[in-house]
Design a protein around this ligand. Structure first.
Ligand code: GAP
Length: 447
């Protein structure tokens, strides 16, 4: 069962209250499944993405980075199979409400509740449902001022295809041989019709995808490797392993390109749901693009002259879904001095702000000294200065955005040049010298 402390409503409310994430186009009443990220949301998102890049290209040397275009040649999606096969089964209520649903979601819901699935009805008004119709998820647009034959293009529904199109280019400059990977972070777009559960399912979302090209005989071992690596990445960044599980797809669930896929699932407040997919795409994509483009996309071993089309293992994560999992896992409520506190126990590497600098009073030289400490710390890490309101209120504000440390400047500071250093999680306050403060904090942040 999901934790009783954290509910999706609490996460949505905190995210809005503290300006992490809020509905887009709100002055016009909002737009379905679309959200904007405010100041702390942007910082948190950046930290998630930076940690992913770190794991991919700093902590190992067999992966290179790429940033390919969102709009690619339309033949891309013919070759990839998305034009014909990237569809959801859509049903519409024929009763009162006329709402649209994904037939597979309705069936899964009924199964989970132990209800029969042979005659599904509208979950909102109980009306009859239409027959399922295949609905393509790609957003179509046109290049040029008029819609004419051949001008249709698509917003990419996954970043992966740009990697396959550039495989040959990358081989030329990256000086790598299989096994090696190409990693990319960027926006993808899907015309999702079901209500999204906050940022879990949105129309536009960022993906962090890596295509790992391997000799065909090594595909199984690398599939196992990437499942472990990716699972451990979430745990290293603070997610309780009890809230994570790996689930292998059944044959009927596999995407058109995949011979095996496992999802890393997280226990969101809505229940166990996909956080990231790890797929064995075999040689499907390179073979398809070679055939459609006429280019040779195989690897030729310069020593032996052996040639083969590499197989691909793909860990594909969503930035929003990861961020949501980090938020849910970090969310906590406790009591300090009889007062309820909401705290985000985010891993320091993810916390949007690392340290807050707070003058106890707005007089007696406290603000001036606090400013000087802040100016020094901000050169080393994301710091925030706050002198607005009672000190307890200021601590609470920082707790709510997950700031791991707070420095308070008080009357003793002017006597011995020391400050208090408060820990968000233990609530311990130690007296420490101003000298060497940045180094002390950097050591704690990287501990
Ligand atoms: N290239 C493979 C691929 O795109 P996917 O399972 O469809 O696989 C990978 O997507 C990840 O992208 C998902 O695990 C999820 O984290 C994220 N994702 C997919 N669709 C999404 C949506 N509509 N909104 C938010 N995140 C989404």
């Amino acid at each position: 069962m999901p934790s009783e402390v954290v509910t999706m409503d609490k996460i949505v409310s905190l995210a809005k209250r503290r300006g992490f994430i809020f509905p887009a186009s709100e002055i016009y009443g909002g737009i379905a499944n679309t959200y904007d990220y405010g100041h702390y949301g942007v910082l948190l998102k950046q930290n998630v993405v930076n940690q992913w890049w770190k794991a991919m290209i700093q902590d190992r040397d067999d992966i290179v980075a790429l940033d390919s275009a969102i709009i690619q040649h339309p033949r891309t999606w013919e070759a990839s199979g998305h034009l014909a096969g990237f569809t959801d089964p859509l049903v519409q209520c024929l009763g009162k409400c006329k709402r649209r649903f994904r037939a597979d979601h309705l069936r899964e819901g009924a199964e989970a509740r132990g209800e029969p699935t042979d005659h599904l009805v509208c979950p909102v008004c109980g009306g009859e449902l239409s027959e399922p119709r295949a609905f393509n998820l790609m957003f179509e647009t046109t290049i040029g001022p008029v819609q004419e034959a051949g001008s249709a293009v698509y917003l990419r529904p996954e970043t992966a295809q740009g990697i396959f199109l550039d495989f040959k280019q990358v081989l030329q400059f990256a000086r790598r041989k299989p096994p090696f990977g190409i990693a990319q972070v960027g926006k993808s777009f899907r015309n999702e019709i079901t209500p999204g559960n906050f940022i879990f399912r949105t129309l536009e979302f960022e993906q962090m995808e890596m295509e790992y090209f391997v000799p065909p005989g090594e595909a199984d071992q690398w599939y196992e490797h990437w499942m472990r690596e990716r699972f451990d990445w979430y745990v290293r960044l603070g997610i309780d392993p009890e809230h994570l599980r790996l689930r292998a797809h059944g044959a009927e669930e596999l995407s058109h390109y995949s011979s095996a896929t496992s999802d890393i699932e997280y226990l969101y407040p809505i229940g166990w749901s996909e956080l990231e997919g790890i797929a064995n795409r075999g040689d499907y994509d390179l073979t398809q693009h070679a055939q459609f483009s006429g280019e040779k996309l195989d690897w030729v071993d310069p020593q032996t002259g052996d040639r083969y089309i590499p197989h691909v293992i793909e860990p594909a994560a969503g930035v929003g879904r990861s961020l949501l999992a980090f938020l849910c896992d970090a969310y906590d409520e406790d009591e300090i001095g009889g007062e309820r506190r909401t705290v985000l126990r985010l891993h320091p590497a993810l916390a949007p702000v690392k340290v807050a600098v707070l003058p106890l009073l707005r007089k007696a030289g406290h603000p001036e000294k606090a400013r000087a400490v802040y100016e020094d710390l901000r050169r080393h890490m994301k710091a925030e200065y706050d002198d607005g309101g009672a000190i307890g209120r200021r601590y609470r504000r920082q707790d709510e955005i997950g700031t791991p440390f707070a420095i308070t400047i008080d009357h003793q500071t002017s006597e011995d040049d020391t400050v208090t250093l408060r820990d968000r999680d233990t609530l311990e306050q130690e007296r420490v010298p101003v000298e060497g403060l940045a180094q002390r904090l950097l050591a704690k942040l990287s501990a």
